[in-house]
Design a protein around this ligand. Structure first.
Ligand code: SAH
Ligand code: SF4
Length: 398
């Protein structure tokens, strides 16, 4: 088994990953009529646009407030800006949203959106309410498809079409907020329903790092959406060199899709393991900045009947993660047509959870949500592509 990567090798690997990722970048955020999309630009980029149209620097702050705090998409609603300037801005810029091509709400209030972007590409976003706590999480996609082909994942059957841009990533959250009427952004300590972001939708966020980082930096900006980094969780299948960078630059919570505790099995379930094996992945978790008992790393572990769910697996799991401030999220496998696995039984999951818990780690079992809608990630896009899913009613469209 290989040891930790040397720093030089890691730097070279990062360069290689970022260069490859750029090949899949989205089309430019400029409309056919020449207007520029403002959503997804960094503050510095908004400032440059403001300067380019001959306006004073303080307009950047104003625009940012209207776009990301108030959630307006129409320049004529920006009441602190005089009408002639509103018109000038509207001639040059747009504040867009992805279009909701399909919206499905489950009996348990989970709501799934299939968002369509300007070039017709589509990705899924899921709002998962925490009904007991009066809040919820928005599960966001980072790519259309995925390169990684994890065996139990439906998205992994869809080749990578392209990365989502920063506007499309933060835009999923903004469009979900539109749907729940949750603008303006809360100030202070009053979280709303859509109060956390989990990057657990389609795609591998660390293979689209530049766009994900830009989108999350926008979401964390205090004068806009203002989510604290504690309210954002990035899930990775284990792109080790980029985990260090995400920790240093974004400092968001980390979730790691472990799913197996032996390299031979993980090589098969999560093929990226052949490149970054378990020992390197766990080493990267140990050095992840900011991990503490208050901010634990989540290890995701999909329970696959007869594959990775034995008590020996559970004991090896707690040995592997010993000393890491961590919790283990046990995810009953979400079946999809053609998938080769079955969900572990409730009693097997309970036995597994008990071993993890007795070792001192919280081991919540993720309750299946939205079972009556197409719940396994990536299914909605496939079904819609086959016209097997009814399109959104106008009243449901965002
Ligand atoms: N690509 C990233 C984030 C998206 S997947 C990653 O792999 O971490 C989010 C989580 O859902 C991962 O832990 C993934 O392994 C899990 N997952 C994928 N398909 C699943 C299925 N059919 N049932 C249960 N969990 C699944
Ligand atoms: Fe990609 Fe994550 Fe699915 Fe693996 S589990 S194929 S990394 S989306």
């Amino acid at each position: 088994m290989s040891g930790a990567l040397t720093p030089d090798l890691t730097e070279a690997e990062r360069g290689r990953i970022l260069a490859k990722s750029a090949l899949f970048d989205p089309p430019t955020a400029q409309l056919g009529d020449g207007r520029r999309e403002l959503v997804g630009l960094s503050r510095a980029e908004v400032a440059a646009e403001v300067a380019a149209v001959g306006e004073a620097p303080f307009r950047t702050k104003q625009l940012w407030h209207w776009i990301y705090h108030q959630g307006v998409t129409d320049f004529s609603r920006m009441s602190s800006i005089a009408r002639p300037l509103q018109q000038k801005l509207a001639e040059r810029f747009v504040i867009g949203r992805p279009e909701a091509a399909v919206v499905q709400t489950s009996d348990d209030a989970t709501r799934k959106f299939l968002f369509r972007f300007r070039d017709g590409q589509e990705a899924e976003t899921v709002y998962i309410p925490d009904l007991a706590e009066d809040r919820g999480a928005v599960c966001i996609s980072s790519q259309v498809g995925c390169t990684l082909s994890c065996r139990f994942c439906h998205t992994g059957t869809q080749p990578l079409t392209r990365n989502l841009g920063s506007a499309e990533i933060v835009g999923q959250f903004m469009a979900a907020r539109d749907a729940y009427g949750e603008w303006p952004s809360p100030t202070g300590e009053a979280p709303r329903l859509l109060s956390t972001i989990v990057l657990m939708g389609m795609g591998e966020p660390l293979y689209n790092y530049a766009n994900v980082a830009k989108a999350m930096t926008i979401a964390m900006d205090n004068e806009g959406i203002a989510l604290s980094r504690r309210r954002i969780t990035l899930s990775t299948s284990g792109v080790v060199p980029m985990m260090d960078r995400a920790g240093a630059e974004l400092g968001v919570n980390l979730a790691v899709s472990l799913h197996a505790v032996r390299d031979d099995l993980r090589d098969r379930l999560v093929p990226l393991n052949r490149k970054y094996p378990i020992a390197e992945l766990i080493a990267a978790c140990r050095r992840y900045p900011g991990a503490s008992n208050a901010r634990r790393i989540t290890f995701e572990y999909v329970m696959l009947k007869g594959v990775n769910d034995s008590q020996t697996d559970a004991r090896e799991l707690v040995r592997l993660i010993a000393g890491i401030p961590a919790k283990v999220n046990l995810i009953p496998f979400n079946p999809w047509p053609g998938g080769a696995f079955e969900t572990s039984s409730g009693s097997t999951i309970d036995r597994f959870a008990k071993i993890v818990m007795d070792a001192g780690f919280a081991s919540p079992v993720r309750s299946p949500r939205g079972r009556d809608i197409l719940a396994a990630c990536g299914q909605l896009r496939t079904a819609a592509g086959k016209r097997g899913v009814s399109r959104a009613l106008p009243s449901e469209a965002v």
